[in-house]
Design a protein around this ligand. Structure first.
Ligand code: SF4
Ligand code: SF4
Length: 85
């Protein structure tokens, strides 16, 4: 599953640089996660890095983007291929 940031976000800026997929960016009011880029950190880390660092625990799974481990690995490989150009 991709993760999502809720409106509990306090815009502390801590999670954005931790994301290995550059999936986190500032939205209109608070930070947002691009579900097309979030692999739940699969391929990079054992645990979602944004969740580890968020001081207010406002990053649940995105119920609109339910994915299997296999599809997360597929997304990871697709992103790696894109990054390689
Ligand atoms: Fe980025 Fe990992 Fe958080 Fe997804 S779970 S937004 S890939 S840090
Ligand atoms: Fe918002 Fe949590 Fe990210 Fe801080 S770490 S910007 S509170 S989502």
């Amino acid at each position: 599953m991709a993760l999502m940031i809720t409106d509990d976000c306090i815009n502390c800026d801590v999670c954005e640089p931790e994301c290995p997929n550059q999936a986190i960016s500032m939205g209109a009011e608070y930070y947002v996660i691009d579900p097309g880029k979030c692999t739940e950190c699969v391929g990079h880390f054992g645990e979602p890095q944004c969740v580890q660092v968020c001081p207010v625990a406002c990053i649940p799974v995105n119920p609109e983007h339910v994915e299997t481990q296999e599809s997360l690995w597929d997304k990871y490989r697709r992103l790696q291929a894109q990054a390689a150009g």
